[in-house]
Design a binder for this molecule. Structure first.
Ligand code: IPE
Ligand code: IPE
Ligand code: MG
Length: 254
């Protein structure tokens, strides 16, 4: 009890320090569930289950820190190529997660959103997600955005098709197609671009995630597997972010 108190106190002090330069939007490529499980001689799905616990933990922490947007890459358009048993398990996770997580989401004023092709998910997943979106739609705190059946190239391609359609129907003229207007055709149109992108588990690639939106994001790659990603790890990433000098192509002269 006493030990816990000291630890908590220390963390709160650290949190006070970073509050000045907290990123508005953090995006995370939650990677390494399978390897985490393999290392422990467990089935890969156990890694996904533990990964779900990390989602809950990190969401609460992000909300407490005052982060406004948290985007979590949960399932890519390429992940369908995994073994059927694993895909089935992953598709069952939204239902599993929201059935136990909803009271906490409400308590923390978290609004659930989604990007990606949800329409193509199995009914149970689709219903669980839509229910969570509906029940949390009036919440005004952290926006928790799940990238589900998401692929950035497909998203961009769909945006191009929609723009071409609007052009053909005289909704938009060629000279009006700016970067800003293009962004409005993406599934992320309601959200600012991520300030910080974290990928866990050592891989240093983007894997078709938010290609347009991360043009000026800061990247942090950590070796820690997603099921082992703690509040402390997240905090360390935020500290590293805080020390970065974002120049957006310009010059920062002190
Ligand atoms: C991330 O963990 C979760 C998803 C991609 C769904 P992985 O399942 O990719 O774990 P590794 O990379 O195989 O360890
Ligand atoms: C990226 O991880 C997708 C998600 C985290 C949902 P992957 O494990 O699918 O990426 P690759 O295959 O290693 O690039
Ligand atoms: Mg992986």
């Amino acid at each position: 009890m006493f030990k816990f108190f000291i630890k908590k106190n220390k963390k709160e002090k650290l949190e006070d320090k970073i509050i000045k330069k907290i990123p508005k939007h953090v995006a995370i490529i939650m990677d390494g569930n399978g390897r985490w499980a393999k290392k422990r001689n467990l089935p890969r799905i156990k890694g996904h289950y533990e990964g779900m616990q990390t989602v809950k933990k990190i969401t609460k922490y992000a909300s407490n820190l005052g982060i406004e947007y948290l985007t979590l890459y949960a399932f890519s358009t390429e992940n369908w190529s995994r073994p059927k048993q694993e895909v089935n398990y992953l598709m069952g996770l939204p239902e599993k997660m929201f059935s136990s997580f909803m009271p906490e989401l409400m308590e923390n004023n978290v609004q659930v959103r989604v990007i990606g092709n949800v329409a193509d998910l199995p009914d149970s997943a689709k219903n669980a997600i839509n229910k969570a979106i509906e029940e949390t739609k009036s919440n005004t705190g952290l926006k928790l955005i799940f990238a589900l059946n998401y692929g950035s190239k497909l998203e961009i391609l769909n945006a191009v098709k929609d723009i071409v359609n609007d052009y053909k129907n005289d909704v938009i003229s060629l000279d009006k197609i700016s970067e800003e207007i293009f962004s409005n055709y993406l599934s992320t149109k309601d959200f600012p671009n991520p300030d910080l992108l974290i990928r866990t588990s050592g891989e240093q690639r983007i894997s078709n995630f938010l290609l347009w939106q991360i043009a000026y994001s800061e990247f942090i790659f950590t070796k820690v597997a997603w099921p082992d990603f703690t509040e402390e790890e997240f905090y360390k990433s935020l500290q590293e972010y805080q020390a970065r000098d974002r120049r957006f192509g310009g010059l920062n002269e002190d």
